[in-house]
Design a protein around this ligand. Sequence first.
Ligand code: SD4
Length: 323
Amino acid sequence: MDRRSFIKSTGVASLGMGLNINKTFSASKQRPSNPIVVATWDVKNATKKAWEILNSQGSSLDAIEEGCKVEEANKDGQSVGIGGLPDREGDVTLDACIMDYKGNCGSVVYLKNVKHAISVARMVMEKTPHVMIAGDGAKKFALAMGFKEENLLTEKSKKDWIKWKENEKYQPIINIENHDTIGMLAIDKNNNISGGCTTSGLAYKMQGRVGDSPIIGAGLFIDNEIGGAVATGLGEEVIKTVGSFFVVELMRQGYSPKDACKFAIERIVKKPESNYKNFQVGYIAVNKNGETGSYSIQKGFSMTQYDIRGNKTLDSPYYNKMG
Ligand code: SD4
């Protein structure tokens, strides 16, 4: 089944193209008939876990946390949780954030030795008066909350890092094909939207570097009246355009999720002297109707969607047709 028939389009989308600037999303009172979860890249085990929770009356927030945890615990995934590729000094550092349907959010930055960064982010949201906690403080907080300290650098990631050190290319390598940083959006049976994002960031990043993934508005944004969006790829470019917030605000103006993602990608590639051919950014989005969409700069991005029709990974439309 191709994406066009898989993702139902509405008149609202085309009407909204650049016209309804101040219009509140007109279909926001409609309820989706089923829960739905979408995630960046091919992460069917993660969407399956989230779907099980959604389908048994669980909240979108629980679905997001448990779904993201599947990838964080997967040692073979080299851009999230345990097994994530380290920074240049060999340290694995995690960034994550979570946002619920009430507009609450929590985030951890530069977290070491605790694999479930998404759960720590949720604890920041629920147990502290703050939104972001970083570095040593984040780890201290996690351990105080009962999280287990463990070595996140697997033998495979250590080997890859040692090999990388032979040349030590200063530029981060943007592997556009095999990311598994996970950004996830879910709507539950009560029609409430939550989202999360968790990553070990760019492989071999400078020590202390933080990407878009833990930054609310850049890596993730949820507005329960409108929808949600989450980003993957070169975080610096997402931060510069406050990408996920932008996608949600475009949906508020009436853009379909796919068109909103496309517009936000074009904002990046059309910047003066953009070197977009050398990096990847991808967005996925869902609106209050349960319509979904994605768009990326390069070929190779995908979105996994689990709804009543099943668990499917869909190739994303993309901007750079020249390769
Ligand atoms: C970052 N956006 O740290 C993340 C990396 C990523 O798939 O998404 N990788 O910039």
